[in-house]
Every structure is written in structure tokens, then in C-alpha cells.
Write a protein that binds this ligand. Sequence first.
Ligand code: MLT
Length: 311
Amino acid sequence: QTQAKYQILVSDSMSKEGLLPLLESDQVICIEKNVNELDDLSQFDALLVRSATTVTDELLAKMPNVKIVARAGVGVDNIDLDAATKRGVVVVNAPDGNTISTAEHTFAMMMSLLRNIPQAYASIKAGEWNRKAFQGFELRGKTLGIVGFGRIGTQLAQRAKAFEMSLLVFDPFLTKSRAEKVGVTTATLDEVLTGSDIITVHTPLTKETKGLLGMKNIAKTKPGTFLINCARGGIIDEQALKHFLANGHIAGAALDVFEEEPATDKELLAFPNVIGTPHIAASTKEAQLNVAAQVSEEVLRFLEGEPASNS
Ligand code: MLT
């Protein structure tokens, strides 16, 4: 019988099918338990997380054998990257496993927002039949402003085109030639802000993007603009959003992510034209299988001495 070479801790719930490369490898002992449920973490060579586990310097200190932390998802904002670097721990993610799910969810949120579907649903479930209260807008002919044009922004743009929307795309890293290839017009942030009917953000949360849609920038949008955030809480400043919802400048917002999660801002959620979901854009069978499989394979390869490809 082969002796397992590596011990791997899967701290957040992940697709079992996606974890099969680890669960079936005789090289690996794979424990699916939250870091808080174990007293001794010193034996683990690798740590797999989604977003529920916060990987702090303190946690890494308890895991002196960990060589790699893998995030089964895109955002690594729940991992202290400086602490990992300091300790020589490699951090990898699953950069494209949930692209389609997130783009589709954003699209669903956009349609729900413009057609008042959640509000109409709540009304009919409450026994009402109110056909006047829920008049909405068509997407055709509207301008969708996309801030951040990576994988998700690109997929969203393709879907928006099928709905005959116009697109304005801002991304400081987007080259003219790539924009041409995808068939979108590059714009400045100000052009997106002033020229869009609906603005959706698809950037990571960084120093540069935190509060990007705040008082100053939301003020530049057209009266009646809709805002969508299915990326990271905090890219749209919630205080500023509430200000512009309260004065009617912003027509509505669709939020899958919040500055604090679980979402606690009752005032924000109480706006009838704010619709929300609990950070589920990547929660599909397909995406969860993809991201778990991607990180499982990546971790195995890395432990076997190959360089990490998504670090
Ligand atoms: C991601 O960063 O991949 C998404 O937010 C999904 C998740 O948190 O699992």
C-alpha cells in the first residue's frame, strides 16, 4: 500500500465531484473540515478555501507546512497575500471556472431589475394581482456600461449584444485591438458614467476600485441610471448609493455582493428598487465543479513540483 505523501485541508464546502482528483489520489489524505474545527493544523501541506475561510497571517502561522493556498473561485481578497508571500506560501485561484455563471447571473439581475421581477413575484405570492405597479424597461437600445473588461465583462458583452444593447466599456488594461476583436467600444470611465443607462462593475476589489462608484462618480451618471454589482462589495460605495437612491437619481440597483456579508444594511435593502441575492453569482453546479476541479488539479501538480500556473 502506498503511503500518502500529502495532507490537504479543504476548509470550505466544495463540489465533491470537483475534488475527486484529490479524494481519489493515493498520494493524498484529504480532510474536508473547517480550519476552526481542528486543533492541530500543522500537518497540512495545502489549504483549499472558498470565501468563508479568511486566511490570515495568524492562520498561516498555525500551518507551518502549508506550501500552497488555493481559492476555489476568482477573488483572493479573503487571503492575506502579504502574509503568504512573507511565509513563502503560494496562492492560486481558479480564474475562469465561474465566468459563465457570473456573467449569466449578472444578466439575470439586469433583467430582473429592469422588469421588477422580484417585486412582482413578492406581490403575486402575497395574493395581489397588480399589473400597474411593475412597468419596466426594455433592454434593446439601452447602453450598458461595463467597468472592468476581463473574462466576465467580455461574456456579459456578448450576451448584451444579442439583446441589441449598445456597449461602453472601460478597463485601463483593455487594448484597442482586443476591444475591436470582441466588437466593443473602449471608453473612459467618465464616458461610461455619463453615457450609460445601466452600469455594471466587473473588477476585483483593490485600493483603486474600492468606492470607485462613490459620491463623485455616481453624481456624473444620467438621472435614471441603474447600477449592478455582482463583483465585490465595496466597488459601489453603499453610503453613496443610498444617497442617490433616496434622491431618485439612481433608478435602481441589483446587488449580489455587499460591503459586509452577510448583508446587514437594512436601510439599503429596504429601498423597493434595490434587488439582491446573497453572493450566489458563482453558485451553479457547473461553476462549483469547475473551480473545485481546477484548484484540485493545480494543487496536486504544485505539490508534485510543477510551477503554479494561476498564482
Ligand atoms: C469568486 O470570487 O469566485 C466569487 O465571488 C465566488 C465565490 O466567492 O465563491
